[in-house]
Design a protein around this ligand. Structure first.
Ligand code: PAF
Length: 282
């Protein structure tokens, strides 16, 4: 399996692939790979001639220094997991300098207001960081198809907006959330949970499922209040937000409408570990 660390090296390979008119699939990651990432890679392998996976912990999308410091970095293990799927996968594991060229800053993006909701409210500058790195990675890899998990549903909608608003010729493919058997959405951050937190965390998805059931007959506001109550005084989990939103605008629902598609979004702290999840409601 080939591992590239600088963009000049990888450029040559990409030019050769492009010259043969082969289709490139791309899975951008921050490493600490789990089954969810591997499912994206498998999907990319099915639908493309060549598949690139990037492994890069992007500093500009972290609004919390401690989160960046403690983010799991497991390159050796990640490479083994990918090798086990296919030795044909091409890996891009750049340094911060290879991406940012000495200016580790994000640029400001216009995502038509999607960036101001949910994660945007609680993680200042996060989506500018994501937009900056994804745009740069798209410029380097020049994929035909790029794969993103729906666990970060807001990120997925923002990347779709990025390619539309900035005329980037990439087809963005969203993929289902991968869950542990107990329902906990797979996340690289899960590896930091203590046993006690691991036992408590499935409560997040359990509550989302109950909220979905209630949404059939109750208002968004009633469901939101009910969910908020479930986390009140929870010994392990602290609710940051629960929101029922329109999937296109990501704005909180005031009044349900039959022809709109809704999703419930949640962010919860287990100690200092931030977990997010979401569920389709209709
Ligand atoms: O979802 C992630 O892992 C990251 O936000 C991404 C898309 C790789 C950009 O750093």
């Amino acid at each position: 399996m080939e591992v590239f660390s600088d963009s000049e090296q990888i450029n040559e390979v990409i030019e050769a692939i492009k010259a043969q008119h082969l289709k490139i699939g791309f899975v951008p990651t921050m490493g600490a790979l789990h089954e969810g990432h591997l499912a994206l890679v498998k999907k990319a392998l099915l639908n493309n001639d060549k598949v690139f996976v990037s492994i890069f912990v992007n500093p500009t999308q972290f609004n919390n220094v401690n989160d960046l410091k403690t983010y799991p970095r497991t390159l050796e293990d990640d490479l083994k997991l990918l090798e086990a799927i296919s030795s044909e996968i091409l890996i891009f594991a750049p340094s911060v300098d290879a991406i940012y060229k000495g200016n580790t800053k994000s640029r400001k993006f216009n995502f038509d207001g999607l960036e101001l909701e949910m994660e945007g409210k609680f993680r200042a500058g996060h989506f500018d960081g994501v937009g900056t790195v994804v745009k740069r990675l798209f410029e380097i890899i020049q994929p035909d198809n790029a794969y993103f998990g729906e666990k970060d549903f807001q990120q997925l909608q923002i990347i779709k907006k990025l390619v539309d608003n900035y005329n980037i010729p990439v087809n963005v493919v969203g993929c289902d959330i991968y869950r542990e058997r107990n329902g906990l959405a797979m996340s690289s951050r899960n590896t930091r949970l203590t046993d006690e937190q691991k036992n408590a965390a499935p409560f997040i998805y359990k509550t989302l499922k109950a909220a979905k059931e209630q949404f059939g007959t109750k208002s968004a506001d009633k469901v939101t209040k009910w969910v908020t109550m479930q986390f009140k005084n929870h010994p392990q989990l602290k609710l940051e937000y629960f929101i029922i939103a329109d999937v296109d605008t990501l704005k909180t629902v005031k009044r349900k409408s039959k022809n709109k598609v809704y999703r419930a979004f949640i962010a919860v702290y287990a100690g200092d570990i931030r977990l997010i999840d979401n569920i389709a409601l209709n």
